[in-house]
Design a protein around this ligand. Structure first.
Ligand code: SF4
Length: 329
């Protein structure tokens, strides 16, 4: 039997090329080896979202990108966290075995509390418990994570160990599947590509929009004139060529160092590479977007399939915790 993978991602709307290279392509690859459950975690988003006007359209746009990129609802369970409300119940039950001190020590809680001092809500503290519930509700054994997320998963494993010690073996301890996500810098060349920095290129952007955005990218600051030799190793445009023009990387580096190519032409080349690599994705996405009701159907089917597993786990948990009503006792 194939091992089960779980991963959740916040609803951030249309995905950008950093999301694709950093996570989505890995999600797609895992489908061949594991039984995958991928979830858009809308409840987690509420811990920091104060305006939810765009939440539903963000979920739809994100799911469209996932599907167009190759996540297959026939192979994986694709759903939205709150559509399987059992996760909230399990979160409450797991919170009873989670010492508050463990949660208050989590660095991301402290960081979030610093970032939104006007809204240090309970959800921020309980975030790791809800995350644990997300994983163990489906008895997932494997969670794909980057190096920086390993401590979060370790906390989930501690909660699982504590529950299993108190109530008997119930959940597998989820194992991290370490993945080296390439660091994709934004067009500003200074920060990681992110919507919040506005330095991104959406996967679904048109070829003309892509070209326009690439033209704004920061390059080697020492190359002020066309005749100046460049330093590709410090240029983010060059870094993006590695992903989108992998067969021409050496040639581009040489041309840059010898001033054989100017930055404008180099950027055009990059935009061409991005546009040709994403052409099949964009075509599929447009077709899916035109297929009225398709995304809603995928999400509803995913929730139904997830709920079958969730109900079974929750019944077992309640029984072990002594919550099942036994009238003859
Ligand atoms: Fe960067 Fe290309 Fe300009 Fe060289 S030629 S500095 S790699 S944009």
């Amino acid at each position: 039997m194939r091992r089960r993978v779980f991963s959740g991602a916040r609803p951030t709307g249309r995905q950008h090329i950093g999301n694709y290279l950093g996570a989505i392509q890995n999600y797609v690859a895992l489908q061949g080896e594991y039984e995958c459950i991928y979830c858009i975690v809308d409840v987690h988003a509420l811990t920091t979202l104060e305006n939810t006007e765009r939440l539903q359209s963000d979920i739809r746009e994100m799911m469209l990108d996932w599907l167009a990129a190759g996540l297959d609802p026939e192979k994986s369970i694709l759903f939205v966290q709150s559509h399987v409300p059992e996760v909230m119940e399990l979160h409450t039950l797991l919170s009873m075995v989670t010492p508050l001190g463990w949660l208050l020590r989590v660095p991301t809680f402290k960081e979030k509390a610093r970032m939104q001092p006007h809204n240090v809500n309970y959800g921020l503290v309980g975030y790791p418990v809800l995350m644990t519930a997300d994983i163990v509700l489906y008895k997932a054994e494997v969670v794909p994570v980057g190096e920086d997320q390993v401590p979060h998963l370790e906390l989930a494993r501690e909660i699982v160990r504590r529950f299993n010690n108190l109530f008997g073996p119930t959940f597998p301890e989820p194992q991290p599947k370490l993945t080296s996500f390439p660091l994709v810098m934004g067009l500003d060349g200074a920060q990681k590509m992110s919507k919040s920095y506005g330095n991104h290129i959406e996967l679904a952007a048109s070829p003309a929009e892509t070209l326009e955005l690439v033209m704004t990218a920061v390059t080697d600051p020492a190359r002020r004139y066309r005749s100046d030799p460049g330093h590709p190793e410090i240029c983010n445009v060059f870094n993006l060529h590695r992903f989108f023009n992998p067969t021409r990387v050496e040639e581009i580096a040489t041309e840059c160092r010898t001033a054989g190519i100017g930055c404008v032409d180099c950027k055009r080349l990059l935009a061409d590479g991005i546009n040709s690599m994403l052409a099949p994705f964009r075509e599929k996405r447009a077709a899916l977007a035109n297929n009225e009701g398709y995304v809603a159907e995928v999400i509803a089917t995913g929730a139904r399939r997830a709920q079958v597993i969730a109900r079974e786990t929750l019944a077992e948990v309640k029984e072990k915790m002594g919550l099942l009503w036994k009238p003859d006792v």
